[in-house]
Design a protein around this ligand. Structure first.
Ligand SMILES: Cc1ncc(COP(=O)(O)O)c(C=O)c1O
Length: 317
């Protein structure tokens, strides 16, 4: 007799990216309304940046900008580098990443474990755990030097539209499907703005009156048009103090500020009430979502979707 049971095999770790669960945070926010969150910490390198890594590398290969086995360079706060290290290791591209010394050492350990060559740039005016735009620019300069010498493919997450497309073509449609088309608002912290712009573009295309929100660290609210008074915030990977090239005002309705204390408070509550150990932008996203739910701007029974961006294991204590 022929066995008709089909094997259930995942062909490579690349197939583990995306289609993350949409989790109800009902213990943290029992209502009114509902707070739902995309579980991006479940991705192979435990962050939302695996999606953009996969899209940017696959599309560069498709367009012939990156040849099979060709070398790749990127500047990162860590999560994009981890995502690229994972994608490049599966597809066989040598990867060099430059990162500010101010980013967490846990990310450096992970990138190296995934086979990336890591170059750490000295901080200009930040401190360990607080990375400023000048610190990022120092890491960018180091990357440019390598590209000049080696001719490597430069991923350029801050200017690469495939970063947005990864969310416009995957995260956005997933949210629309998973909410059964009844999402009222989307809330996300802004690093490169790939997540916020991509998801908002998709959701606005299917539901023009959806409310899309940028989360900014208090004192670094450049999208809101305010002076920077606190560049040294805790929301690592976001809030770089400049309106990013991929940010689009046309698809974003407002910016909500979150203090360090609020990000820490909700990060802790995510652990204590929902059993999830996550990073600071996850805490910030939840804090901003709850402010929105309490604001009276949305219907009482509104569904707000946000992002649990990365694992708490990526940070020192
Ligand atoms: C922890 C964390 N949260 C949020 C973001 C923001 O994501 P995006 O670059 O899509 O705006 C990043 C980006 O690196 C990140 O590392």
């Amino acid at each position: 007799m022929v066995d008709t049971i089909k094997p259930e095999i995942t062909e490579s770790a690349l197939d583990l990216v995306g289609n993350t669960p949409l989790l109800a945070l009902d213990r943290l926010w029992p209502g009114p309304g509902r707070l739902l969150a995309k579980c991006e910490f479940l991705s192979p390198t435990h962050s939302v940046k695996d999606r953009s890594a996969l899209f940017m590398i696959k599309n560069a290969r498709k367009a012939g900008k990156l040849k099979p086995g060709g070398p790749v360079v990127e500047v990162t706060s860590g999560n994009q580098g981890c995502g690229l290290a994972f994608v490049c290791s599966v597809l066989g591209h040598p990867l060099t990443v430059t990162m500010s010394k101010g980013n967490s050492p846990q990310r450096a350990i992970m990138m190296r474990a995934l086979g990336a060559n890591l170059l750490l740039a000295d901080q200009v005016d930040g401190q360990p755990g607080n990375v400023t735009i000048s610190d990022v620019q120092a890491a960018e300069k180091a990357a440019m030097d390598i590209i000049e010498k080696t001719g490597s493919y430069y991923v350029d997450q801050f200017n690469n539209y495939d970063n947005c497309l990864s969310h416009e073509e995957t995260t956005g449609p997933e949210i629309w499907r998973q909410t059964g088309h009844r999402v009222d608002a989307f809330v996300a912290a802004v690093g490169t703005s790939g997540t916020l712009t991509g998801v908002s573009r998709y959701l606005k295309s299917v539901k023009p009156d959806i409310h899309c929100v940028a989360v900014e660290p208090e004192g670094a609210q450049v999208i809101a048009g305010k002076q920077i008074t606190n560049p040294l915030h805790l929301m690592q990977g976001s809030g770089y103090g400049r309106v990013q090239p991929l940010f689009e005002y046309e698809v974003v309705d407002e910016s909500i500020a979150v203090s360090n204390e609020e990000a820490v408070k909700y990060r802790k509550l995510l652990g204590e009430k929902e059993g999830l150990f996550l990073g600071f932008t996850s805490g910030g996203n939840v804090a901003a979502s709850i402010k929105l739910l309490q604001s009276g701007k949305l219907p009482k029974d509104a569904w707000v979707v946000t992002v649990l961006c990365d694992s708490g294991l990526k940070y020192p204590d």
